[in-house]
Design a binder for this molecule. Structure first.
Ligand code: 9MR
Length: 373
């Protein structure tokens, strides 16, 4: 079996040959092509990256590994780069799980994305850190040394970092308070970007958040725009907005024309600031749909196509990362549980590792996407 570079080159040739055969071909040749080419190859042909979140424990699941190797050009650590993993206790550094993912990415010639240097939300920072009372200088020094150690360790492998994650309160649109912002105010964010630039000068730097097209997200969207404007004004070296692309509350059949218009307005403002867009955590929640699998898969696939058509129509969109590739491992199985206890179907492959209609929708959206540089 081919591994790493050899495998990828072979796939390139295969993808290129099939693409060439597809030009002007009959419809059946086209669908064969769509079935044969990997999501990564289809994305790469448009100047995009396709990849997925991966947890270190999934390295022990040969079926998951096979899907990642077959379909993906990039991985992002699901939890392994978070402060609560790397530094759960003060001074007890734990790079083991992140290193394991980094090694896998290197062996398989997969690009590696970093998520996240500072999750700007006390719920996801370790208690010992929440309970540390910094003054401004102390907070700055802590950020400098943590970011240097983490981003430095994975530089230049990690091509892009979520420097700050979820700093905006989704209800009020205001900045969340953390031990860092208490000490430094907004400068805690700007400073983190500078620290990341210094530690990983070759990586693109993103602010990542879950504001979405859904009802009730207006304040969150406005807050994120305010935050991005301030980062730009203060000279933070920010390259992109990570749009997580979870749809948690409104169901896939509720992506209405009116919501699409409002959402497009938000994305227009973001690209108007000169930022790229990474779709960093794509999945689709089906909590309130009936249990019928075929019906759910169809609605999820339709939504996937509509959402990706819109987002990939922006040449600024560079990455499409799924938040997991197999249903049974999705965080959504336990988040907002279904009342009927039926398994959710939020990802590309079902729990028997079989591709679902969502995959065809991604193929169609990638094929329809304009080429970007
Ligand atoms: O999928 C992740 C889950 O395993 C973790 O328990 C959870 C808390 O760390 O984070 C999940 O991933 C989140 C991501 O880091 C940030 N955006 C929302 C994602 C889903 O909650």
């Amino acid at each position: 079996m081919l591994r790493g570079q050899d495998r990828r080159q072979a796939m390139m040739l295969l993808g290129g040959g099939l693409l060439a055969a597809g030009c002007g071909g009959v419809p059946s040749a086209r669908s064969e092509e769509a079935a044969a080419a990997s999501l990564h190859e289809l994305a790469a042909a448009k100047g995009l990256r396709f990849g997925t979140a991966m947890a270190a424990r999934q390295l022990d699941d040969p079926n998951y590994v096979e899907i990642v190797k077959r379909e993906c050009g990039a991985i992002v650590a699901e939890n392994e780069h978070k402060i609560y993993t790397i530094l759960a206790e003060e001074d007890e550094w734990n790079f083991g799980p992140a290193d394991a993912l980094a090694r896998f990415a290197e062996e398989e010639v997969l690009a590696m994305r970093g998520h996240t240097l500072i999750w700007s939300h006390p719920r996801w920072l370790p208690d010992w850190l929440n309970n540390t009372a910094f003054d401004a200088q102390g907070a700055e020094a802590w950020i400098d040394s943590y970011v240097a150690r983490v981003a430095g360790r994975y530089s230049p492998q990690v091509y892009s970092w979520d420097v700050i994650n979820e700093a905006v309160d989704d209800k009020t649109g205001e900045l969340r308070e953390t031990t860092f912002t208490r000490a430094m105010g907004f400068d805690a964010l700007t400073h983190s970007f500078h620290a990341a630039k210094e530690a990983a000068p070759g990586a693109t730097l993103a602010y990542n958040d879950y504001m979405s097209w859904e009802e009730g997200n207006e304040g969150h969207r406005t807050g994120v725009l305010r935050l991005l404007e301030r980062l730009k004004k203060d000279g933070a070296p920010i390259d992109a907005l990570g749009i997580q692309s979870h749809s948690n509350y409104n169901m896939p059949n509720e992506f209405t024309a009116e919501r699409q218009r409002a959402w497009r307005g938000f994305v227009d403002e973001v690209v108007g600031m000169g930022l790229d867009i990474y779709l960093t955590e794509f999945d689709v929640n089906d909590t309130r749909l009936g249990p019928d699998e075929a019906m759910r898969d169809r609605l999820i696939a339709d939504y996937t196509k509509d959402y990706l058509d819109m987002m990939l129509s922006y040449p600024q969109t560079k990455d499409l990362l799924a938040w997991g590739m197999v249903d049974k491992d999705s965080w959504l199985q336990t988040f907002l549980p279904r009342e009927d206890d039926v398994e959710k179907r939020p990802t590309v492959y079902d729990s028997d590792y079989q591709a679902k209609p969502m995959r065809e929708a991604i193929v169609a959206a990638l094929r329809a996407a304009p080429v970007r540089s």
